[in-house]
Design a protein around this ligand. Sequence first.
Ligand SMILES: [Fe+2]
Length: 239
Amino acid sequence: MKYIHLSVLLIFANIFLNKTITNSKNSIIMTHTNNETVYTLPALTYSYNALEPHFDQMTMEIHHTKHHQAYVTNLNAAIKDTEMSMMSLEELMKNISRFPVAVRNNGGGHYNHDLFWKILSPDGGGAPSGELASAINSTFGSFDQFKEAFSTAAKTRFGSGWAWLSIDENGQLFISSTANQDNPLMDVVEKRGTPLLGLDVWEHAYYLKFQNRRPDYIDTFWHIINWEEVEKRYLALKK
Ligand SMILES: [Fe+2]
């Protein structure tokens, strides 16, 4: 009789616990459903052939629809139903050391490419103007010296990665490069700041047109930089 009582008690306890766990899970899932971020591939504001003859149409199309899309798809899979799906992309980047490597690689890939498409323009090139030009001149000596230092950072990045012009927390400009899909926002890089301009030096960005000639790809980049966009970003963040 004692055993029967115990069995009944265990059955009720089990039902109670299961119900509690189910309710708890459901409430978390519902919260996620209401607030979670699902990233999408941003549309370009120009056509795939618009940056010819500098960046070729096929590279642009594959880079955007295959490589960038893969980062978006994999980022969504990596954050689904976790606390990460309720954070902004910038927050994820700034705390990336706490999160899985899939979020570092694919979140970085999405952030970096989203910036990259925006700082390119068929009407780009030339030199910056206004306050950004003054800041570049005072920080690096001249625009030509800046170009030289940025190009060197891009050329000497071993393997895959990015070269950056960023602004730090004191409003100072600096050049850096990062490996893979890391970027200066991340709490794992040597020098932290907010990127204003980035150049993708992964082979997928240039190999179809330039093969192994990364320096030629870097030289052509200067013809299509959207300095208006870079200046807009600088003005929003300068002290
Ligand atoms: Fe890329």
